[in-house]
Write a protein that binds this ligand. Structure first.
Ligand code: XIL
Length: 450
């Protein structure tokens, strides 16, 4: 009953949604100096995953509202969050995100309806018939509540196994309902909200491999039999073990050639500096080269809240400074006003830049001394901030010529006395670390100057 009341009240805000969309359109006609407006200039959306719990943090909300044109609730629309016990739907956190997005003229991606993970415990013991009923009721409950408000839904997430086989992944749905559960979910979804694009979403399908071939065959089969599917989502979580594939664009294109849209749905690339920026450029260029690649979503606003925070995989650092990857994405999207450009709204100081390099200056069996050298770019700077990520076991016992703050194993260092630097000049800070069994080197992230 409460669900029906809520559904009516969401529909009643439809006029507000239309007004907000107009604001967004007006905004995108201005200079393309944000990710969302630059992407709009290319006919694409640029989105981010959002957590309801961070919306109250002013820097988080300001960065979100300024830069992005689409949001995906990071966890709030998952089965465990929305139907924790059978038939009783809770939309409070998801509604917060959707309401926030609409008030800012941003679109919303729905994530995700049928997935083996983040499932409440009542689902897996169900018998086949009951599970089928519960799956369809869940799809109807979610899609009914947000009918007309979601541009694309991840109807089924991660249904294929990793590795070389191309087989289906074991899950309550696969094990009890068989291969047909996916098409049943898509048919139910089409009826529930005919306006939403229906997507199949997965990871390690970004290049041509056994897993993406299996998804490809499924989509081809769906298209030939008239099973409703509109898009394929490529999560695109990249790191050194799983780098941006060289055939990424080719893979996106072959899916598009089946007659579906493609979307990059959960992009993050671990790393820092120019190497990370170059990888982001590859991804954006691949999407722009495929006319049916309708948009990209990064999996979070800031490194500090990333599900892979140790890998600093996002476009803004823990202080919401733009990283080199941000500038790379913005310019690949044809925008202007990245770091260093005059008037860039997120820039700490126009023209100010710095680099940070690490060396080990002393080494003994249980510890070492590290030194990070900060060098100003082409203009003088008044201050700098550098991040250093330590291997999990290690701990820092002292630090000199800098002031550290900590978030997990990420140390953010600001100057103690040595902030101002002439153009091209350097200073350094040092620290002593205990190895605690790990001799690995720390990673120096971005240097930000003002
Ligand atoms: C992740 C979230 O980012 C985490 O906060 C949560 O603890 C686990 O799920 N593939 C997906 C996303 O489809 O839903 C996952 O999100 C990341 C991998």
């Amino acid at each position: 009953m409460s669900m029906i009341v809520r559904r009516l009240s969401r529909a009643a805000t439809a006029g507000l949604v239309a007004a907000a969309a107009l604001t967004a359109a007006a905004h995108s006609a201005e200079a393309a100096d944000t990710l969302g407006s630059a992407a709009a200039g290319q006919g694409r959306y640029f989105g981010t995953a959002v957590a309801a719990s961070h919306l109250g943090e002013s820097d988080y909300a300001a960065t979100l509202d300024r830069e992005f044109s689409s949001v995906t609730p990071e966890n709030e629309m998952k089965w465990d969050a929305t139907e924790p016990s059978r038939g009783s739907f809770t939309f409070t956190s998801a509604d917060r995100i959707v309401d926030h997005a609409q008030s800012q003229g941003m679109d919303v991606r729905g994530h995700t309806l049928v997935w083996h993970s983040q499932l409440p415990s009542w689902v897996s013991p169900l018998g086949a018939q009951d599970l089928r009923t519960a799956m369809n009721a869940h799809i109807n409950g979610l899609m009914g509540h947000y009918k007309g408000e979601i541009h694309s839904w991840d109807v089924v997430n991660e249904a294929f196994q990793d590795g070389g086989s191309g087989a289906r992944r074991s899950s309550p749905f696969q094990d009890k309902l068989g291969d047909g559960f996916i098409e049943e979910a898509f048919r139910t979804a089409r009826a529930a909200d005919p306006a939403a694009k229906l997507c199949y979403n997965d990871y390690n399908t970004d290049g041509v491999n056994a897993k993406s071939n299996a998804v490809y065959d499924m989509v081809k089969d769906f298209k030939s039999r008239g099973v409703p599917i509109d898009c394929v989502g490529f999560q695109s979580h990249f790191n050194s073990n799983s780098p941006v594939p060289s055939d990424y664009r080719h893979n996106l294109q072959r899916f598009a050639d089946l007659g579906v849209d493609v979307q990059i749905t959960e992009l993050d690339i671990e790393g820092s500096g120019s190497a990370q920026a170059a990888d982001y450029t590859k991804v954006v260029e691949a999407c722009l080269a495929v006319s049916r690649c309708t948009g990209m979503t990064v999996w979070g606003v800031t490194d500090k809240y990333s599900w892979r925070s140790g890998g600093t995989p996002l476009l803004f650092d823990g202080d919401y400074n733009e990283k080199p990857a941000y500038g790379a994405v913005l310019s690949a999207l044809g925008g202007s006003g990245g770091p260093g450009d005059p008037g860039d709204p997120g820039d700490p100081g126009d023209g100010a830049s710095c680099t940070a390099t690490y060396t080990r200056t002393a080494d003994w069996s249980s510890g070492y001394n590290g030194q990070v050298t900060i060098t100003a770019g082409a203009e003088p700077i008044s201050s700098w901030t550098a991040t250093v990520t330590l291997p999990a076991q290690q701990s820092v016992s002292s630090l000199w010529n800098g002031t550290p703050t900590w978030s997990g194993n990420v140390m953010t260092v600001r100057p103690s006395w040595n902030g101002p630097l002439a153009a091209g000049a350097s200073t350094s800070f040092g620290f002593t670390a205990a190895k605690n069994g790990s001799d690995a080197a720390p990673t120096v992230g971005t240097c930000t100057a003002s």
